[in-house]
Design a protein around this ligand. Structure first.
Ligand SMILES: N[C@@H](CCC(=O)N[C@@H](CS)C(=O)NCC(=O)O)C(=O)O
Length: 221
């Protein structure tokens, strides 16, 4: 049986795993869409695969792997691309991945809206997203990609989140390095698919809110 990725297009975590799959270019795999809002996700079978009930999950025969970035590490290692074995190169990639995984600004912005808990987004949540972008800009001061001069899985992880933020209508004028990186990513397999998922998420959030998802800056003229 081909390996299966349990996926949901709206989920940035899930899109990290899918972007990695598209880039490592496995011969055969299946993408199974799981509706994270539907009962389907809560079946006993899905709970056996992932007790936390989340996407993504990668299943290859009896090997079950949860956590998007662990999936990315595994897939990249299996083809010996995008995750170099050089100790320091790998350590920098891991550092970037852990930072992305533990920075909650995107999920804190998205989840309360999707759960219907808020109709307006508090300003500190918006500020946290801007702080996140500022840090990403600083990561790109010395290199074209997030962990050196070559594309790595760190870039797949950030691309899922950055496309999500871009789809909200956030201007990247203040983050020129990040903007150039994003444009460079357009050549990566899976870029458009990831962008489409980000746009669908943005659309869903906009419907649930009583205000624009991201207000445009007033022109000074
Ligand atoms: N740490 C996990 C986070 C996964 C995650 O938060 N998945 C969300 C979608 S972005 C999900 O499945 N939410 C549904 C739920 O928690 O019920 C990873 O990176 O794989």
């Amino acid at each position: 049986m081909s390996p299966v990725l349990y996926h949901h297009a709206l989920s940035p975590s899930s899109r990290t795993a899918l972007l990695t799959l598209r880039n490592v270019d496995l011969d055969e795999f299946e993408v199974k869409n799981i509706d994270i809002n539907a009962d389907e996700k809560y079946t006993v079978d899905y709970l056996k695969i992932n007790p936390s009930n989340q996407v993504p999950v990668y299943v290859d025969d009896d090997f079950i792997l949860t956590e998007s970035r662990a999936i990315a590490c595994y897939l990249a290692s299996s083809v010996d691309r995008f995750y170099p074995t050089d100790l320091r190169k790998r350590a920098l990639i891991d550092s970037r991945l852990f930072f992305d995984a533990t920075n909650s600004s995107v999920r804190d912005f998205v989840f309360p809206v999707l759960r219907g808990e808020v109709k307006k987004i508090e300003s500190d949540r918006r500020e946290a997203v801007k702080d996140f972008l500022k840090i990403l800009e600083s990561f790109l001061l010395k290199s074209e990609w997030f962990a050196g001069d070559e594309v790595t899985i760190a870039d797949f992880s950030y691309l899922a989140n950055v496309a999500t933020i871009k789809a909200w209508g956030v201007s990247f004028d203040e983050y020129p390095k990040l903007n150039s990186w994003y444009n460079r990513c357009k050549d990566l397999p899976g870029f458009s698919e990831n962008k489409k998922g980000a746009q669908l998420l943005s659309k869903k959030m906009s419907i649930l809110l009583d205000e624009p998802l991201w207000k445009k800056k007033k022109s000074s003229v």
